[in-house]
Design a binder for this molecule. Sequence first.
Ligand SMILES: *[C@@H]1O[C@H](CO)[C@@H](O)[C@H](O)[C@H]1NC(C)=O
Ligand SMILES: *[C@@H]1O[C@H](CO)[C@@H](O)[C@H](O)[C@H]1NC(C)=O
Ligand SMILES: *[C@@H]1O[C@H](CO)[C@@H](O)[C@H](O)[C@H]1NC(C)=O
Ligand SMILES: *[C@@H]1O[C@H](CO)[C@@H](O)[C@H](O)[C@H]1NC(C)=O
Ligand SMILES: *[C@@H]1O[C@H](CO)[C@@H](O)[C@H](O)[C@H]1NC(C)=O
Ligand SMILES: *[C@@H]1O[C@H](CO)[C@@H](O)[C@H](O)[C@H]1NC(C)=O
Ligand SMILES: *[C@@H]1O[C@H](CO)[C@@H](O)[C@H](O)[C@H]1NC(C)=O
Ligand SMILES: *[C@@H]1O[C@H](CO)[C@@H](O)[C@H](O)[C@H]1NC(C)=O
Ligand SMILES: *[C@@H]1O[C@H](CO)[C@@H](O)[C@H](O)[C@H]1NC(C)=O
Length: 712
Amino acid sequence: MCRQLGLLLLLSLSLVEAVSLCQRRKVVRTFNVRRNASSTSTPLQIGNGNFAFGADITGLQTFQPYGTLSTWGWHNFSLPTTPGQTSVEDYTGMQWWTHDRLVTYAQPNPAEDDISTWLIKNPQRINLGNIGFTFGAGTSVAESDLGQKTQVLDMWTGKLLSSFTYNSSSVEVETWADPDSDTIAIEVKSDLLRSGLGLFFDFPYPDNNKFNAPFVGVWNQTVAHTTSLEQTSRNSATIKHSLDHTTYFVTVTWEGEGAISGPVKGTHRYFFTTPAKNLRLTATFTPAPSAKNPNLGSVVTASRDWWRSYWTSGAFIDLSSVKSSNATELQRRIITSQYLLAVNLASSNPPQESGLVNNGWYGKFHLEMNLWNTLPFARWGHFPLLWRSLPSTYQRFLPSSLDRARQQGYSGARWGKMTDPTGRSAPGEINSLLIWQQPHPMYFAETEYRAFPNSTTLTRWDTVLSATADFMASFAFFNVSTGVYDLGPPMYPVSENTPPNGTLNPAFELAYWRFGLDVASRWKTRQSLPVPQAWTTVRDKLAPLPLHVNATDAKDVTYAVYEGIPGMWTDAATTNDHPAMAGIYGLLPPPSPTGGGASPLSMAALRNTAAKIKARWALEDSYGWDFSMLAMNALRLGDAAQAVEYLLHPIFQFDDAGYPVGGSRVPTPYFPNAASLLLATAMMAGGWDGEEGKHFPAGWEGVEVDGFVPSM
Ligand SMILES: *[C@@H]1O[C@H](CO)[C@@H](O)[C@H](O)[C@H]1NC(C)=O
Ligand SMILES: *[C@@H]1O[C@H](CO)[C@@H](O)[C@H](O)[C@H]1NC(C)=O
Ligand SMILES: *[C@@H]1O[C@H](CO)[C@@H](O)[C@H](O)[C@H]1NC(C)=O
Ligand SMILES: *[C@@H]1O[C@H](CO)[C@@H](O)[C@H](O)[C@H]1NC(C)=O
Ligand SMILES: *[C@@H]1O[C@H](CO)[C@@H](O)[C@H](O)[C@H]1NC(C)=O
Ligand SMILES: *[C@@H]1O[C@H](CO)[C@@H](O)[C@H](O)[C@H]1NC(C)=O
Ligand SMILES: *[C@@H]1O[C@H](CO)[C@@H](O)[C@H](O)[C@H]1NC(C)=O
Ligand SMILES: *[C@@H]1O[C@H](CO)[C@@H](O)[C@H](O)[C@H]1NC(C)=O
Ligand SMILES: *[C@@H]1O[C@H](CO)[C@@H](O)[C@H](O)[C@H]1NC(C)=O
C-alpha cells in the first residue's frame, strides 16, 4: 500500500524524493500524540493557521474550556470616561531626551493613566466559543466518570480521534478542522446519543488580563454580552454573538435528524441533540453571516489532502536511523513543531507567541518575534504559508510606521512592537525603545530572494525595504568625537534589562544594522537602481562591535552586551536575559565584504564569548529561543554536538504534545521556542554559505535530509 502510494506520487508529480512519502509518513506518525487524560496546561489542537480549536480528552471542550481562537476575532472594552482621556487621540505618550532633542515615545503617561492602560489592554483576542459534550439534562459528569479514555492526534491527516465509555457504552469522536474555512467538523458514534448524549455550545466574555492561560475568557459575565439563535433550515442554525462592538456568527450544520435549542436562561449555552446513533455536524465561525459552510465529508477530504501536501512538499529531516534517545527526542520536537506551527502560526497576521492556544499579552503579537515565528516556513520550503502575512503586513503597517518615524523626527518607517491587527503598537517603555525588529524585513526578503532570485521578489519587498533602511540610517547618530555612527541611547537591546538612557551600541543591534543596510543596498543594485548614499555611509561607518577585555588577561577578549557596560561577566545583571551576542554569528551571517575592509568579526572573540556564555549565563531564566540561537552559534563555530546539547537543554522543554513550555517568565506555550528549533535544525540539515550540507554530531550516521536551501 505504502509503496503504491509512493509510486503514484512519483509518477504523477515526477517527484524524486530523498525521503520517500512512505518514510515521511512513518516518521510523522511515530510521533502522533497519544493521551489518556486531559492535560491541565495544553489542549490537543486542530486548525489551519488562522483558526484553531483546542480539545480536551473528549476531542471537544467538555471538561477543559480550551480556546477556539482566530486571526480575526478581537474585542475592545469601552473607552475610559475620565475627562480628557476618553478617546485614543487624547493619548500623547512621553517625551525623552534623545541626542539633545525631545522625542515622543508611546509609553504609559502617568498623567494619562486610564487611556494609556486602555491602549495596552485593547483590543484583546477572543475565545470564539466552546463546544463540548452534555450527558443529558441535569446530569453532572466529570472526566473521572468516563472510562477507557484514549486519544490520538494523527498529524499526517489532521484527525483527532478520541474515545471513552460512559454508562458502559462507548463513545467514539472524530474532530477535524477545515484548511480553507474556520470550520470544525465533528463525528460522534454512540448509542448514548439516543439517551441524552449531545453537544453544547457556550460563549465566554473576554477578560482583560495580560496572560489568559490556559483558558481565554470568563463564563460568569453573561449579562455583559448577548447571543441569539436563528434556525435557518431543517439542518442548520446560526448563533450570533455580540460583545460590545464585536459581532460574529457560528453556523451549525448537521446531517440527518437533529435539533438545536437554547439559550438556557441566564447562560449563553445552546444544545444540540440527535435521535440517531451517529452525529455528523460542522460549525463554521465567521465575522459576517456565512453563506455556506462545508459538510463533514468535505472537511475530512480537505484536511487529509492539505496535511499530506504539507508533509510531502516541504523539507524533511529523518533521524530514524540514528540509534540515540537524543536523536529521537530531537526528531519528536521537529515533527510536533512542524505540526504546531502550521496550526498556530501560519496566519495572515503576524502570529502571537502563544499562537492560537491562549493569550499572552492580550493576544497581541510582537514584531521582534515575527522573525523567529514566521521564518521557519521559508526555511522548510513552505513559502505559501509565509506569504499569508509577508510582506503584506509590513505594507499594511507602513503608513502608521512612517507616521511613527516622522513624529519622532526620523526618515522612513519605524516598525512597532506589541501590535494589534491595525498596526498600533501598545504603549510601553520597552515597546517603544526596542529596535531589533527593524531589520527583520531585510532578513525575510533576502531569504526569499535566495529561494526565488527574480524580479517578482525584488518588487514585492522594495518599498518596505526602502522605508526600513531610511529609518535605520536616520536613527543612527553621527558622533563627531568618535567619527562613527552610534545606536542609542535611549534604547533597549535584545536583552531587555539594561538602563535605556545609558545603553549605547549594543553588539547584536550594530551587527544587525550593518546586515540590514547591506541587504537594502544590494536590493537596489540588483534592480539597477541607485543606492541612497545615507545607507552605505551609515553601514560602513557604524561603531565597531563592543568588546570586553579582561583586565588580568589581555588575550581574554569577548563581545559585550553594549559599549561600556559596567561589570561585564562579573555583575549578574550582565549575564541575564537573552544572550544576544550569540546572535551576531548564530542568527546573522558574517558581514559581507561589500562594507569595505576586513571582516569586523573576531573569531577569537566569538569563541571566547560562546565559552563564557556557556559557563556564566543565567540560562535558567532564559526564554527558550535563546537555546536555538546558541545552537546556531555553536553550529557555525563547528560544534554540532554542542548545538544538540543546547536544543535538549533541561530548561528548553517541550511537553508530551510538543508544546514549548513557557518556563518562569512567559505562559505555555511559547512558540518562538518551537519555531527557532526549526531554524536551528534547518541549519543542521542544509548548512550555510561556505559550509553547505549536513552538520550533525559525530556518530549520527545515516541522517537523511531533503529540500533545504543553505542558510545565509
Ligand atoms: C496513561 O498515560 C500515562 C502517562 O502517559 C501512562 O503512564 C499510562 O500507562 C497510560 N494508561 C493507559 C491505560 O494507557
Ligand atoms: C478597538 O479600538 C481601536 C481604537 O478605536 C480601533 O482601531 C480598533 O479597530 C478596535 N478594534 C475592535 C476589534 O473593535
Ligand atoms: C530617561 O531619561 C528621561 C529624560 O529624557 C527620563 O524621563 C526617564 O525617566 C529616564 N529613564 C530611566 C529609565 O531612567
Ligand atoms: C447514564 O446512566 C444514568 C443512570 O442510569 C441515567 O440516568 C442517564 O440517563 C444515563 N445517561 C446517558 C447519556 O445515557
Ligand atoms: C468569574 O470567573 C472568574 C474565573 O473565570 C473568577 O476569577 C471570578 O471571580 C468570577 N467572578 C464572579 C463574580 O463570580
Ligand atoms: C519568480 O519566482 C516565483 C516562484 O517560482 C514565480 O512565482 C514568479 O513568477 C517568478 N517571477 C518571475 C518574474 O519570473
Ligand atoms: C560619542 O561616543 C563616545 C564613546 O562612545 C560617547 O561616550 C559619547 O557620549 C558620544 N557622544 C555623543 C554626543 O553621543
Ligand atoms: C579574567 O581572567 C582571569 C584569569 O584568567 C579569570 O580568572 C577571570 O575569571 C577572568 N574574568 C572575566 C570577567 O572573565
Ligand atoms: C544526550 O545529550 C546529553 C546532553 O544533552 C548528553 O549528556 C548525552 O551524552 C547524550 N546522549 C547520547 C546517547 O548521545
